[in-house]
Design a protein around this ligand. Structure first.
Ligand code: ATP
Length: 480
């Protein structure tokens, strides 16, 4: 599905209306590119997080997980290259005071040219931009913007400032006295460095043998310049990363292995292969040996969800130089000591939430000849659904709530259940469709006679009667 902005807006509105995702501190008009997860969004996110964690650690005997702190010694970010290189060229419009990432500004203009049938001009512009970016030629980039009369969308003018580098790391002060240079620390812009600096700790304490991996899930912070794509690009977000440490020379096979393994994980979410593609990087960082992204076909087009990178010994080697501590591994199979190479997989949890929501969201037309009807249904894989089972007594009397409460008591220790006795059953079903609950059961008068209940399936809307005693097992089987 190419660029379906209406669908994207509908998903954002749905997320807010049904308690998935809210703008941060909304009563104060929100905070740009920061979002809060509501009652169902946080369950969905947790289920995705747990699924990744289990796939990575429990199912791979040679991968262990850690939980490093967000704050790290400031030299970490010198060694990683973030202090010097983690920046984007940006430009401000003097009239609107709006700030743009230079590449996004020019790319936006190239898209406009393309939509007017001027594809060749657009390509030439982008090629020139790439050359200037590669040469860090900011004066040349500004000339390119002016020569093409690229204007600010808000003010409509081309009254631009000079181009400056803008570091994406957030910094703060540690300790009681602000202002001292030495006390400045960063909020980590990626979780990976927490793994690299703990390589020796984990390897030694866990007696890990190469090849082995270290996984981590946690918050990362980037002062993104352009941040208006909902949870696709946030200033505070969560990453799920895994660094796999290997013998130098084996990186090609491990890179291919992880590419395939990660794609298999994506497919296991029930998302068809046609909705994904690999994007192999042609321009590699100087230390990288190979890199690709897994892209998903979001309503805003194919975009990166996960990166897979073969990073050689760059990170461990750099930490060794900056810390002056030897970071090496003695491989007794070949009787050699070396700095391990790394293949990493790095996926954004929030982007995965957006991917799962985008795939699940459906506005279904249920109209018949007699009646117009529709529903919004979130077709989540049952294992990821925030609520697994909704329990409804048909009426608030005749002993039906008591039976429903018994089912709740039996099931809620095992999976997330939801109880409701208000409104007509049809309305209650629709509310559960809108949050993606795979199963609903209704307790009615027949239940009192024969101990059966109606179970209603979200996707097919089919209803069938099953024994009360089987409810838990049916749901447990359905959410595997
Ligand atoms: P992009 O090119 O989209 O800025 P990136 O290449 O900088 O992403 P990485 O540094 O490789 O991203 O980070 C790994 C993953 O972290 C990305 O694939 C993405 O899923 C997630 N991620 C990165 N930046 C953000 C952000 N600002 N908001 C949400 N998720 C993010």
């Amino acid at each position: 599905m190419a660029n379906d902005i209406n669908r994207f807006q509908a998903i954002i509105a749905h997320c807010k209306e049904y308690g998935f995702i809210f703008p941060s501190s909304e009563i104060y008009d929100g905070l740009s590119a920061v979002y809060d997860y509501g009652q169902y969004g946080s369950e969905l996110k947790k289920n995705i997080r747990d699924y990744w964690w289990k796939s990575m650690t429990q199912l791979h005997e040679n991968i262990v997980g850690i939980d490093a702190a967000i704050f790290m010694h400031p030299t970490t970010w010198k060694a990683s290259g973030h202090v010097d290189n983690f920046s984007d060229p940006m430009i401000d419009n003097r009239d609107s005071k709006k700030r743009y990432r230079v590449d996004h500004l020019i790319e936006g203009y190239a898209d406009e040219l393309k939509s007017k049938g001027q594809a060749e001009e657009a390509d030439a512009l982008l090629t020139r931009m790439d050359q200037l970016l590669a040469a860090d030629d900011f004066a040349g980039l500004k000339e390119l913007i002016l020569a093409n009369h690229i204007k600010c969308a808000v003010s409509g003018t081309d009254n631009w400032t000079d181009i400056r580098q803008f570091n994406l790391m957030f910094s703060t002060q540690m300790g009681s006295t602000g202002g001292e240079e030495a006390n400045e620390i960063y909020l980590r812009p990626e979780t990976a460095q927490g793994i690299f600096v703990n390589f020796l700790n984990v390897q030694k304490s866990g007696r890990m043998k190469i090849p082995f991996g270290i996984a981590q899930i946690g918050k990362a912070f980037r002062n993104e310049i352009v941040a208006r794509q909902f949870i696709f690009r946030m200033r505070e977000f969560e990453q799920m990363e895994m660094q796999f440490f290997i013998r130098p020379g084996t990186q090609k096979e491990w890179y291919e292995y992880w590419k395939q393994e990660r794609m298999n994980w994506h497919l296991s979410l029930g998302i068809p292969a046609s909705r994904y593609r690999f994007h192999d990087h042609t321009k590699l960082a100087f230390y990288a040996d190979a890199a690709c992204d897994i892209e998903y076909d979001f309503p805003i087009g194919f975009k990166e969800v996960e990166g897979i990178h073969s990073r050689t010994d760059h990170d461990l080697g750099s930490h060794q130089r900056f810390s002056k501590k030897k970071i090496a591994y003695f491989d007794n199979e070949i009787n050699q000591s070396y700095t391990p190479y790394v293949v990493e997989t790095s996926i954004g949890l929030d982007r995965t939430v957006l991917m799962v929501l985008s795939e699940a969201y459906e506005e279904e037309d249920l109209s018949t000849a007699e009646k117009k009807d529709s529903r919004v249904v979130l077709r989540f894989p049952p294992r990821l659904a925030p609520i697994k089972l909704a329990v409804f007594p048909l009426l608030k009397k005749d002993g039906l709530p008591e039976i429903a409460r018994q089912v709740m008591d039996e099931c809620k220790p095992h999976f997330r259940c939801f109880y409701e006795e208000k409104d007509a059953i049809g309305k209650r079903y629709r509310r559960m469709d809108a949050i993606g609950t795979p199963f609903c059961i209704t307790i009615d008068h027949q239940t009192k006679e024969d101990n059966t209940v109606t179970i209603r399936h979200r996707d097919t809307m089919l209803q069938e009667r099953i024994p009360l005693s089987e409810v838990r097992a049916v749901v447990e089987k359905g959410i595997l």
